[in-house]
Design a protein around this ligand. Structure first.
Ligand code: KIV
Length: 293
């Protein structure tokens, strides 16, 4: 049964950690759901980890809708959150509602996520008024990382930390059902978590948030570049190395005529084979027969 938004809030109340992870395709959606995660985020990190861009900025609504639809089809219990990409909600409330509606109606998401507070607060109110649950995202907001001075921790000065705190309260008041806190010092994330009544989901924000989120490809060791990874990434497997080993073994076996073997091929009854061979002979086909084919 689908996890409900009130159930998520109960998890915060009961101090049961919320597990969120990203996914970008149908098999991954099935796997993470079967593994028992609570929330699956179809993040615009797709731009980095599956589409080969160096930032999340190029992700489009069409791409996010297709990926969200693929994931939603594979997920039964977990809440599916579709990420609104850069410039899909910044221009106006009307565009935010139309694009949020696409992720829910076409993509099958249960909720949408957007970044920031300030001007995003009106967007949250508009989306919620249109009946769409909204997850907020504060701290390091990758869509505006350039304006933040790069991909680095946020809220490390008192004034910036206070701004994050106030923004979180404002997002709660605007109607968000949860907030992602990315790259925020642990004590600041803890203060926010204790102040708001909605769940906080941390990424690089320490252990005091109500839940944690990681990018699936980061924790599985599937890299799309050679750059350094953020310090908060813990690698739970090295699937990239295993993929590479498997594909190299396949290539070796093809080149050595070791694959395919008997068990990978289909048979044909002897009499049918004989008739076929009689029909095509040694491979020379009458030109007239080919012309009539
Ligand atoms: O796009 C994404 O994957 C995210 C997570 C890092 C929270 O926003």
């Amino acid at each position: 049964m689908k996890l409900s938004l009130p159930a998520l809030r109960e998890m915060k109340r009961d101090q049961r950690p919320i597990v969120m992870i990203t996914a970008y395709d149908h098999p991954s959606g099935r796997i993470v759901d079967a593994a028992g995660v609570d929330v699956v985020l179809v993040g615009d990190s797709a731009a980095n980890v599956v589409l080969g861009h160096s930032t999340t900025v190029p992700a489009t609504m069409d791409e996010m809708t297709i990926l969200t639809r693929a994931v939603s089809r594979g997920v039964g219990r977990a809440l599916v959150v579709g990420d609104l990409p850069f410039m899909s909600y910044q221009v106006s409330d009307a565009e935010a509602v139309a694009n949020g509606g696409r992720l829910i109606k076409e993509g099958g998401a249960d909720a949408v996520k957007l970044e920031g507070a300030g001007p995003s607060l009106d967007r949250v109110r508009a989306l919620v008024a249109a009946g769409m649950p909204v997850m907020g995202h504060l701290g390091l907001t990758p869509q505006t990382a350039t304006a933040l001075g790069g991909h680095k921790a946020q809220g490390r000065q008192a004034e910036a930390a206070e701004r994050l705190f106030m923004d979180a309260v404002a997002l709660e008041q605007a109607g968000c059902f949860a907030i992602v806190l990315e790259a925020v010092p642990a004590p600041v994330a803890g203060s926010i978590t204790r102040r708001v009544t909605i769940p906080t989901i941390g990424i690089g924000s320490g252990p005091e948030t109500d839940g944690q989120v990681l990018v699936l490809h980061d924790m599985l060791g599937i890299r799309s570049g050679d750059g350094p990874q953020p310090r908060f990434v813990k690698r739970y497997a090295d699937i990239g190395a295993e993929m590479s080993r498997a594909v190299a073994e396949y290539a070796d076996e093809v080149r050595a005529h070791a694959y395919p073997a008997e068990q990978h091929t289909y048979s044909i009854p002897d009499d049918e084979l004989a008739a076929f061979q009689a029909a095509v002979g040694a491979g020379s086909i009458d030109d007239n027969r080919l012309a009539d084919w």
